[in-house]
Structures are given as C-alpha cells and as structure tokens.
Design a protein around this ligand. Structure first.
Ligand code: SF4
Length: 665
C-alpha cells in the first residue's frame, strides 16, 4: 500500500482559509488535518472539513453527466456522455436565446467555493457572450460590503492574531465557534490577559465564563443599539473630536440619526436592559485597544446595511485605531487587490441584473423576458435561498431548462434537466485568498477527480468551444487561469509568482511592517483617504431605522452552525432539523424538548424537533442554516419561512426578518 501526504488548502466559504495536510493511501483520502503553513490556522481544522472525505466518496456523489428521466424534483436520472450533455445544453441555450433573448438565461452561483477560478472567470465569459441576465449575489455580505466600501474603501481590518493584545473585544453578530474557529484561541489569550469580552447577538454561543457581557438584541435592531452608543457619547461630549476632524467626514448626518435613539428608546426597541448598552458604551469609551469583530448576522435584515455602517462608525467617532489590537474586522477580501479584469477578458455585458434572493419570485412571476434557462453551479438554492416553496415551484416549471453542476445530489440538483459532475476542492487546482486570515494559498489535487468530474473553468471552456466560440477565454487551460489569478493581485511585494506560490503554497500580502494596523500602516482606501461616515451607498435616508412588522410573535433566525458550511455537508452532518426555543416561550406553548413542533407563518410550515435553551433570547427561535429537505419531516426547512424582500442597502437577503409561530405537532 502506498501512502503519501499532500499539502493543500481549504477554499470553502469560511474566513479562516486553513492550510491542510491530506493523507492518501492507494489514491484514497484517509485523513484530512491541519498543516502548519498558514501561521494563523496551524494546528487544527474544523470537524466539518476533517470529515470532508465522506462527501468525496459519498454514494450520492455525482460521477457522470446525467439527464433527467423522471419528474422534476424526483431525482431520477440516466447517465450520458459529456459530449451529449454539452451538445444538449448548448442546443437548449441557443434555442432560448433565439426565442426569448439572452436575458431569458440566468446563471446562478454562490459560495460553494471561494477559489479565484471557481467563479467569475470562464463562466463570466460564457454568460457574457450569451448575453444572459446578470446575477446580484446578495445572500451574504452585500449590505456590509456596501457600507464598508463607502466608509473605509474596504480597508483591511485587524488581524486575528492581534486580538490577543486587545483590552476590549466586541463580537457583534458573529459566531466564531461555528464559522471562524481560529479566532477563538486569540479570544482566550486576550481573556487570560484581562480583556473584557462583549457579545452582541440574540443567541449566546459562548459559555458565561468565556465572556463578560452579553447584549441579546432582538433581530434587526443592531442599528439602534449602535446609534444609541454614539448618542450616549455625543451627549456627554466624549466623542474623539480631534480624530473625527482629522480623519472623517459626514459626521453631522450620523449624529442627527443617533439623537433619535437615546438609550431608553433604543433599549426598548432592542428589547434589552438599557444598562447593558450604557455599560458597553462606557467600557468602549474608556478602553484601549478595543476591537470589534463584525459578523454577518447583523446584516440579515431590512436595516442590515445601516446597522453595519453604524457599527463601523463606532471606532471612527471614538478614534479607536492606531494600536495593535484596535479597530475592527469585517471581511478582509479586498486586501489582495485583485483586478477582476485581469482574470478574464469578458465582452461588455450590460444586461438586466437579477437579485439572487428573489429567485422563486423571478421563476414564478412573468418577467420580461421570463427565465427559460437556469444554470446553477457552486450553489444549492433550494436549501439556502429565501422563499423555498416558491423556488421549488419555480424549478418544477415544465418550460424551464435547468442545468446543475454539483458534487453530490443536492435538493437543487434533483430538479435539473441536465446534471454535470463537479470536482471537490480535493480534486482541483485553485487559488484561495483568505477573507479573514491574510493568506493566498495554492491548492492542488490530492487525488485524481472521481468519475468524470470537472472543475468549473474546464466545464465552461468546453461549453464555449461547443458553442463554436473562438475567444481565447474558451481555449485557455487551468494553468493559464492560475497564472492570470496570480498576476491579478497587486498586494504582494515583490509581485506574486506562480512558480513560487506553487512551491511555497502560501504567500502573505505586504502591509509594510507585519499585520495591517488601521491608521498606522494602513489608511482608508477611500478616494480622499478619509472615513466617510455618510456614504452615498446608505441612500437618501442614511441610518434610517425601518422596523419589521411583527406579523407573528416570534423572530426566526437561521445562523451558521458548526455542522455545515452554508448547505455543504448538511447532507450527513444535519440529519434532523430542530428549532431552538427559550424555556419561557416553550412553556407558554406547551413545547417539550425532543418533541415535534410546527414552525409556521404565511409563507409555509416547517416540521422540526424542539430544543430548549436559555442561550436563545426570549421571543426569538433559531433553526440551523443550510439544512437539507430530508432533515425535516415535511420536506421544508427554515428558508421556507423567510420572506424574499431585500435590504435597502446592498439588496441583501433578510433571513432574520422572518416572523413565525411555533406549536406542538
Ligand atoms: S471550513 Fe474554515 S475552519 Fe474548516 S477547514 Fe475550511 S477554512 Fe478551516
């Protein structure tokens, strides 16, 4: 038996970007563990990826191209050749374009892989050439990106390693224990050195010993809490006026909005004790260095962009920058300064933009032109996108031609007319930039692809050639795209070189003297170098708070868990859907732990098992993000209860605007 160890990295949708050591015996993966290459993640990885081989060799793995032989959604397919698959796809897409125009085709992709090649390379060239509709990717990070871009130009944030130097850490709308596990050791180190740790979240994901203060804000009200902190400082004249004058602009509008939310009013809206907000405001004002880990939980509502902006304003108005362990961390994806045009030369593409959050509605309602062709890759919308019932109905349309490229038979792939086999990250070449940790990593195949699986760049190049298109984008190889990806990044000194990256496997962007320390070695990447406290992206009513109608008594949140990465791995890691309920809400409804319940609203009904815990605040229930239909007794999951309206800033999905009732089944 031949055994070898292979070094690669994890490209999944997670801030940490671990370096991996994969053991292989007789071309079969036997162990996935951490390698020491990424200095921030060395030593351990999550249990999700350590068990990823289960997906690679799953009986549900899609090994060959297939065409549907049963009803849509039934999951009955027959094997075909790649040749037949691409000829069928190209023939159908051509017919749709001729009959309805290119915009009747919708490419649909999201974060199944965060690699540079997996998305917006050849796929972009393919759909641009078709004149397809364009997709606004809004499931996550759209509102926070708009806010951060407008205010700081997406300046790189505080490195996780520097958290251990902070004296105050605020974890706002994030759960590092589920989806940023390499921050946790730094939190522990900081705590052991006396740091004060605050969590702002309707669900407490830490033990009471691990933190010092918990503000269980009601979903969708983070904005008013942040504004009331600013008002608190303003009324007491303790804003850092020197810093504000020198480094910011647009304070007037922010202060005007903040004055609308004195402590008592904000606390009433957020349904928390006003003393909690006061305690946090005082602590933050008095402590240096102070850092805020801003997560994506706070943006999943109609006020998401405004909330992100108000929280991003906190360090600005108090001048909490310039020291190791101060500032904030949101997404660091901009740190690599990737020029997307260097990756692929796509023809100009100015077709309509469709918000991915509204997929169900778009498929069901007659738009102009109606969607007749849907090409889904890196994504499982039936499990992850709001208004699940509408999506399922839409995918059942007989006059819709659907292609799904996938690794395993997902809830979405079952509705495809043609299914194409996709590689996993253990079977491909890729380049991954961490959006939490600062590292560019080279991935190479640990094993040869299973069955006839192909990487996206190869699949779309083949489709382009089958269309008869001559553009270089469809002739380029994976190696060409790797070289382009490396060249597209401007953050390295000396410039990144593919051979060096291939050999060393990792490179760290240069911030002139170690990790980025905002207002020391990095400044806002805005045109004038200042923090814009009222960016245009906040619209005509910046910092406007819009309450969500309380149509049902409980707010439903669907946060990430330690079981899945979005919906990836939920096929075996999340076998039974549950709803987490506060003890008093449970008593009131006669719910018992382990009993069956129905969670419902006007959009649908979801069957789930009851879990009871005081870690979730009263008036709020939680269901896990990314669950598959088979986990629920009635075949629906939390997204069936989520409305498909979008936030005013960034058009983001509003998962946490779901209002529901729960009753014993
Ligand atoms: S999902 Fe995150 S924690 Fe897990 S291996 Fe990948 S990067 Fe590391």
């Amino acid at each position: 038996m031949s055994t070898r160890r292979h070094f690669t990295a994890c490209p999944l949708d997670c801030p940490d970007s671990c370096s991996l050591a994969v053991d292989i015996s007789d071309n079969k993966i036997t162990r996935i563990a951490a390698s020491s290459l990424n200095p921030t993640t060395q030593g351990f990885i999550c249990t999700k990826v350590s068990r990823f081989a289960k997906r690679v060799y799953a009986k549900e793995r899609i090994l060959y191209p297939m065409k549907r032989v049963g009803e849509k959604g039934e999951g009955k397919f027959k094997r075909i050749t790649w040749e037949e698959a691409v000829q069928t796809i190209c023939g159908e897409l051509r017919k749709i374009k001729e009959g309805w125009g290119g915009e009747a085709i919708l490419p649909y992709s999201y974060g199944g892989s965060n690699g540079l090649l997996a998305q917006d390379t050849v796929d972009l060239a393919f759909f641009a050439k078709l004149g397809a509709s364009r997709l606004a990717r809004t499931l996550c990070a759209a509102p926070t990106t708009e806010a951060a871009l407008g205010m700081y130009g997406k300046m790189p944030g505080t490195a996780f390693e520097d958290y251990e130097h902070a004296k105050l850490i605020v974890i706002w709308g994030a759960n590092p224990k589920a989806s940023n596990i390499h921050l946790v050791p730094y939190l522990k180190k900081a705590k052991s050195k006396g740091a004060y740790i605050v969590v702002v979240d309707p669900k407490l994901n830490f033990s009471r010993k691990e933190i010092d203060l918990h503000l269980p804000v009601y979903p969708g009200t983070d904005l008013v809490v942040a504004l009331s902190m600013i008002d608190f400082w303003y009324q007491r004249k303790i804003l850092n006026s020197k810093f504000i004058k020198r480094y910011t602009k647009g304070i007037e509008v922010l202060l005007e909005a903040a004055q609308q939310f004195p402590l008592a009013k904000a606390a009433r809206i957020a349904r928390i004790d006003p003393r909690m907000i006061e305690k946090l405001a005082k602590r933050y004002a008095l402590t240096k260095p102070a850092v805020i880990r801003i997560g994506w939980g706070l943006e999943r509502n109609r006020n998401g962009g405004q909330a992100a902006a108000a929280i991003l304003a906190l360090p600005a108005v108090m001048g909490k920058f310039g020291l190791v362990g101060s500032g904030y961390t949101l997404s660091n994806s901009s740190a690599y300064r990737v020029d997307p045009h260097a990756l692929v030369a796509a023809p100009s593409w100015n077709t309509r933009i469709i918000n991915m959050t509204r997929l169900g509605r778009v498929l069901l309602e007659e738009s102009d032109p109606p969607i007749r062709g849907l090409f889904i890759y890196n994504c499982n919308p039936v499990a992850t996108v709001p208004n699940q019932k509408a999506i399922i109905e839409g995918l059942q349309r007989q006059n819709l031609f659907t292609v799904v490229s996938e690794q395993v038979m997902t809830d979405t792939a079952k509705f495809a007319d043609i299914v194409l086999p996709a590689v996993t990250f253990l079977e491909q070449h890729e380049i991954k930039n961490g959006y939490g940790t600062y590292a560019t990593q080279y991935l190479s195949p640990a094993i040869i692809p299973i069955g006839e699986a192909k990487p996206n760049e190869e699949m779309f190049a083949l489709l382009g050639r089958t269309m008869g298109w001559q553009e270089p984008a469809f002739r380029a190889t994976t190696g060409d795209y790797l070289a382009r990806a490396v060249k597209s990044m401007a953050a390295f000194e000396p410039p990144l070189d593919l051979n060096r990256l291939r050999n060393e496997k990792i490179a760290v962007p240069d911030f002139k003297g170690g990790n980025p320390i905002p207002f020391k070695n990095v400044m806002p990447w805005t045109p004038d170098g200042k923090i814009n406290l009222t960016p245009e992206s906040l619209g005509d009513w910046p910092y406007h708070f819009s309450p969500q109608k309380q149509t049902y008594p409980l707010a439903l949140i669907s946060p990430a868990t330690e079981k899945t990465i979005n919906s990836t791995l939920a096929e075996f890691n999340l076998p039974a859907l549950y709803v987490l309920v506060h003890p008093s809400d449970a008593v009131h409804r006669g719910l018992e732990a382990g009993g069956e319940a129905l969670v419902y609203n006007d959009l649908g009904v979801v069957a789930a098992t009851v879990r009871i815990s005081d870690k979730i605040r009263q008036g709020v229930v939680a269901m896990p993000k990314g669950a598959w239909r088979k986990s629920s007794q009635n075949g629906y999951t939390s997204t069936a209860l989520v409305p498909d309206h979008v936030s005013s800033v960034g058009g983001g999905a509003c998962f946490n605007d779901a209002r529901v009732e729960v009753e014993r089944a």
